[in-house]
Design a protein around this ligand. Structure first.
Ligand SMILES: NC(=O)c1ccc[n+]([C@@H]2O[C@H](COP(=O)([O-])OP(=O)(O)OC[C@H]3O[C@@H](n4cnc5c(N)ncnc54)[C@H](O)[C@@H]3O)[C@@H](O)[C@H]2O)c1
Length: 309
């Protein structure tokens, strides 16, 4: 049986690390694409040469074109600029809109049946660009953010309670920005709600730190943004799709009435399997949480309106 094929577009920090994680899993061949000459080729060869030591035999190829990407089962889109000094959020939106649009056009030409996993920011808006450009049904366009935001939330809860992260279950919904919605009502440690385990001010502090989790890393690194946890999250989504695991994971999905939200990509729990987004899970949220989710959706809608302006 031949291996599945995954393309990762953007060979920067997130793309390079995602390609590495996927190659090491050994169930898919990986194609790494970037516009910078030599960068994807060099990283791909370097990853490939780790195979004899680590014991994987996935093929890893780097390229500046799309011929090699033909017939990909999943394409992860990480190509996009991070914000630079003096750039407004809208400037970044337009820059990355152009990048994600041109990349999606090329990807779809060579892999018309693929599933797109969008990573470039601003995440929810870039999902719109990918869906509109590809013309794909909503099942085949999904955004990575919720797993990362939830991983941060789980990390902070575990640190606070001095427990293993493995026993912390939690969820962050909403757009991938300051309005994201870490849900205290859904966060449990060994089955016990964090609202029972922690005083309210500690829960609030953890929620706030989660919302600003990306910024915390940016200010530590000084140049560039997080990529170890983001690439782990992207790889988990690819696992669930290509291995048809049917995991329920928080991802940006195109809502059509779920949670009272229409025609918008927002982070919600979805079932990810071989067909992509196989189900959108509607949780019974507390009223204030639903209000927060709708508020977050409003922030996404504002950005999408700028895209279409
Ligand atoms: N969704 C999330 O949770 C999340 C998390 C982390 C990063 N991000 C976003 O992911 C993106 C990548 O982050 P990074 O840290 O890897 O950035 P990076 O600057 O290290 O890498 C981006 C790469 O994209 C490439 N690129 C630009 N235009 C391209 C094009 N048209 N075709 C192919 N490649 C192109 C660049 O040459 C660069 O190598 C950013 O937009 C970042 O904000 C999202």
């Amino acid at each position: 049986m031949s291996k599945s094929k995954v393309t990762v577009v953007g060979a920067g920090n997130v793309g390079g690390t995602t390609a590495q994680r996927l190659a090491e899993r050994n169930y898919a061949d990986v194609v790494l694409v970037d516009i910078i000459e030599g960068l994807p080729q060099g990283k791909a060869l370097d990853i490939l040469e780790s195979g004899p030591v680590l014991g994987f035999d996935s093929n890893v190829v780097g390229t500046n074109g799309y011929e090699e990407t033909a017939g990909s089962d999943v394409v992860v889109i990480t190509s996009g600029s991070p914000r630079k000094p003096g750039m407004s959020r809208d400037d970044l939106l337009k820059t990355n809109q152009n990048i994600v649009r041109s990349v999606t056009e090329e990807v779809v030409k060579h892999s018309p049946d693929t599933i797109l996993v969008v990573v470039a920011n601003p995440l929810d808006a870039m999902c719109h660009v990918a869906m509109e450009t590809s013309g794909f049904p909503r099942e085949r366009v999904v955004g990575m953010a919720g797993i990362l935001d939830t991983a941060r939330y789980r990390t902070f809860i575990a640190q606070e309670l001095k427990t293993s992260v493995r026993d912390v279950f939690a969820l962050v919904l909403g757009g991938h920005g300051d309005t994201m919605v870490p849900l205290p009502s859904m966060a449990t440690v060994g089955g016990v709600s964090i609202t029972e385990l922690l005083p309210q001010d500690r829960v609030e502090a953890i929620v706030e730190r989660t919302r600003k989790g990306g910024g915390e890393i940016v200010s530590l690194l000084q140049s560039g943004s997080a990529f170890y946890a983001p690439s782990a999250a992207a790889a988990e989504m690819v696992d669930s799709i290509l291995l048809d695991q049917k995991r329920i994971l928080p991802c940006a999905a195109y809502l059509q009435g779920e949670y009272g939200i229409n025609d918008l990509f927002v982070g919600v729990p979805v079932k990810l399997g071989a067909s992509g987004v196989e189900e959108i899970v509607e949780l019974d949220l507390e009223e204030s949480e639903l209000d927060d989710l709708k508020n977050s959706a409003g922030a996404v809608r504002e950005l999408v309106e700028v895209l279409h302006a």
